[in-house]
Write a protein that binds this ligand. Structure first.
Ligand code: ADP
Ligand code: ZN
Ligand code: ZN
Length: 753
């Protein structure tokens, strides 16, 4: 039988091989000889022709690496779509769809963890029989009866080390033919030991009930197969809607489901709620899993032992059987876009996979991505809404503190502490909460102590030697650190340029706010959550657990505290500086700011005690901030969609960002100009409706010692965009050369930095 094999090579085609004396299904991993090398690849289809050449020259597959395909049919089709849309060879895409232990060349049938067990093979029903078999071998009989009492088998090592049975006794049972030694698979699921939330049984609100009805109908194919966007304000009970959808799909219809969350570590509550309802049928694909644990979860899904996969973006490839629904929680989150090759967006893949399998695709958010909102308005997605919070709870009032105002209050505070980052109003409210034993969340989306270091006499700012960014001062470690390449150096005591010792540390980060909070509220219990405090494996879990148990009065952190947390004890949210995200040179800066403010504000007042939000900003009149104050998503979306008409940006058209980087600036510029000229050439000669802007230096024009230039492609036509990217990827002659040039194509970028 002749088959097409996809290999992980930068070549956009498959290769024909022969499977000697048999057949193998598409999706089966194989080893083949390619040129002089042995490569791992996947059979993707029966050969279409005779291989195009001399049949005698077609080589045999070197080895079939598994007895059943590791890539299931729908995942194979999904990878084909990915390969086509994001313009990457299929062989390279398939590697990302399976756990690393498989793409490393180990067989699907192999690398699980096993233990040796002693297992009964025969029943001895009467005493007479027992006498006959064991005679005077009393210890063997004891072991036999022990196995009977432990359900027929026991861990062999345990019998020896803990229960004192020797190998001779064990072998005795085996040689008498009443027991056998067997290898038993141990399924590693670290979540099985973790507590689940209680699942209180709620009466659905009217809006929830309406949404669930539409979704249930959709699972029976009664609503067409459009993606469904659920826009529900923070605290409106979206999770319960997801759970009801999954009950329908998994419990009533016996099918499978995938739940995507932005990051498992940041959403322990969401995970716990699903586990409370669905228990053992959930496989949690946590980034902290070992390769082995990940593989076990994957295999249990594949074998149907688990029916629900919950995980971050790569869970969209989970080998769930008979897929009935895919839920994407917080669908607007940037983390759904993979920032390295393949640069896919999990939301897009989820929609495609749902179409391929006839599953329902549900996108949920309080602040949908403008693309999703636009699609819903245009009728491409069905729109469901949960317009109010559960139990009639109000959205919290949001109050602005204008950081530019120098009124008496601010001056008094400033005289006491000129660097204060908490306004008197915010301090007052935090005092109030501490007095009432309620909790406060403080958001500042900037980590470290000071975000830049500057000489007061000559203005010199300390920069990373490898990147064009300023170094951040981390006071705890007493180091200047680059957040892009992790370069570190000692903080300066003299300016090397002018020898002044007058050096200032500017731009407040979370570490500095933490210090201020400790000094201002010495008796408060404080937790800081940012990249620097969460490097340990279960650190997020520990911090959030403490907050949940009421052991923390003030939780301070970066955007990681804004995501989907549900703590009824939190009655105050303070945004230390709302301008941080707004000042980024990116067309999504306003959207990000609005989303972040709305999401973090949504953490307040989720319980019966109500809540309030303080936003400190020097841009109080910006529409992103004004709309966030009023919880006005639609107002924001309409204004922002209008704003993106000049110059035009998504959702009005599609974008691709082409980035060329290299170790030498001149070679990088020469290459980006050459590539842009090539693209302009193919666009003109084919009259494709695509326009090119640039080339220009990227907003951060040097990272890790590499210069970065880019140009943007805009098109209303996905097809035309694909054609341009295709010729750039597969026809354009690109050489890395001595400047180690790299060409990156980012289709539908979420950030242009
Ligand atoms: P969202 O994800 O929309 O922000 P959640 O799903 O976290 O909201 O729900 C907010 C809170 O309301 C949770 O504590 C949840 O248990 C509770 N809740 C959800 N639905 C109901 C309901 N029908 N009645 C009462 N409480 C509910
Ligand atoms: Zn100086
Ligand atoms: Zn750097």
């Amino acid at each position: 039988m002749l088959v097409e094999v996809a290999l992980p090579l930068p070549i956009p085609r498959t290769f024909t091989y022969r499977v000697p004396g048999g057949t193998a299904l598409p999706g089966t991993r194989v080893r083949v000889v390619f040129g002089k090398r042995k490569l791992m690849g996947w059979i993707v289809a029966p050969a279409t022709g005779d291989g195009g050449g001399d049949p005698a020259k077609i080589r045999d597959v070197d080895a079939l690496l598994e007895s059943q395909p590791s890539i299931t049919t729908d995942v194979l089709d999904l990878c084909r779509w990915l390969s086509d849309y994001y313009v990457l060879p299929l062989g390279q895409v398939l590697k990302t769809a399976v756990p690393a232990v498989l793409s490393g060349g180990v067989g699907i049938d192999a690398p699980s963890k096993t233990r040796r067990v002693l297992r009964l093979t025969r029943e001895l029903l009467t005493l007479g029989e027992r006498e006959e078999v064991f005679g005077r071998a009393q210890r063997q009989r004891e072991l036999f009866e022990l196995l009977e009492n432990t359900g027929g088998s026991a861990d062999a090592a345990h019998l020896v080390s803990q229960l004192g049975f020797s190998h001779v006794i064990i072998n005795g049972l085996v040689s008498r033919g009443v027991a056998e030694i067997a290898e038993e698979r141990v399924d590693r699921d670290p979540f099985s030991a973790m507590p689940t939330a209680l699942h209180p049984s709620f009466t659905l609100t009217d809006a929830q009930r309406d949404a669930v009805r539409v979704l249930s109908n959709a699972t029976r194919g009664k609503e067409g197969n459009q993606p469904i966007l659920l826009r529900g304000v923070t605290g409106s009970g979206k999770t319960l809607v997801y759970i009801e959808l999954l009950k329908e799909v998994v419990q009533r219809q016996g099918r499978g489901a995938i739940v995507l969350v932005p990051e498992i570590a940041l959403t322990p509550q969401t995970v716990a709620r699903f586990r409370a309802v669905f228990g053992d049928v959930i496989a949690v694909l946590h980034s902290a899993l070992s390769e082995g644990e990940r593989f076990d979860a994957w295999r249990m899904l594949r074998e149907g032992e688990k029916r629900i996969a919950i995980g971050a973006r790569s869970a969209v490839f989970a080998p769930v059987r008979d897929l009935g629904a895919i839920v994407i929680d917080e669908e607007h989150e940037a983390s759904y876009k993979q920032s390295e090759s393949p640069r896919y967006h999990a939301r897009e893949l989820a929609i495609i996979r749902a179409q391929l399998t006839g599953a329902v695709c549900l996108l949920g958010s309080a602040t949908p991505a403008l693309e999703s909102w636009h699609n819903a308005k245009a009728g491409k997605y069905k729109l469901l809404e949960l317009p109010v919070r559960v139990e009639g709870r109000p959205l919290p009032p949001v109050e602005v503190v204008d950081l530019r105002r120098k009124d008496a209050n601010v001056k008094v505070a400033a005289a006491l502490n000129p660097n204060a980052s908490l306004s008197p109003r915010l301090v007052e409210l935090i005092w109030d909460r501490l007095g009432k034993n309620e909790q406060t969340i403080l958001l500042l989306n900037r980590r470290g102590y000071a975000t830049f270091v500057q000489c007061r006499s000559c203005g010199e700012v300390w920069h990373c030697p490898n990147c064009n960014v300023s170094l951040t001062f981390h006071r705890g470690r007493k180091r200047l650190v680059c957040h892009y390449c992790l370069h570190e150096e000692s903080p300066p005591s003299v300016c090397p340029r002018c020898m002044s010792q007058d050096i200032s540390f500017k731009g407040v980060g979370t570490e500095q706010v933490e210090r201020e909070v400790i000094e201002t509220f010495p008796q408060a219990r404080i937790a800081r959550m940012d990249v620097d405090t969460t490097s340990a494996k279960w650190a997020h879990h520990d911090i959030l657990g403490r907050v949940e148990r009421g052991e923390v009065d003030i939780l301070l952190g970066t955007q990681m505290i804004a995501k989907g947390l549900d703590f009824p004890g939190v009655t105050l949210v303070g945004v230390v500086n709302a301008d941080v995200a707004m000042n980024l040179p990116d067309f999504r800066a306003s959207e990000r700011t609005f989303q972040l403010l709305t999401q973090v504000a949504g953490r307040a007042g989720r319980g019966e005690k109500g809540g309030a939000v303080i936003v400190q900003t020097s841009l109080p009149n910006h529409y992103a901030i004004k709309c966030a104050l009023e919880h006005d998503y639609i107002g924001f979306a309409e204004r922002e969609i209008e704003d993106r008409k000049g110059p035009r940006y998504p959702p009005h058209l599609r974008l691709s960002n082409i980035i060329i980087s290299g170790t030498e600036e001149r070679a990088t510029i020469a290459e980006v100009e050459k590539a842009a000229a090539y693209v302009n050439g193919v666009i003109a000669s084919n009259r494709w409706p695509v326009t090119l802007t640039g080339p220009a230096p990227a907003p951060i024009d040097r990272i890790r010692g590499r210069w970065r230039w880019h140009f943007l492609l805009r098109s209303e036509s996905a097809k035309a965009m694909g054609l341009v990217l295709r010729s750039l990827q597969y026809r354009y002659e690109f050489k890395a050369g001595p400047a180690e040039l790299r060409l990156v194509m980012d289709r539908d970028p979420v950030s242009l930095l």
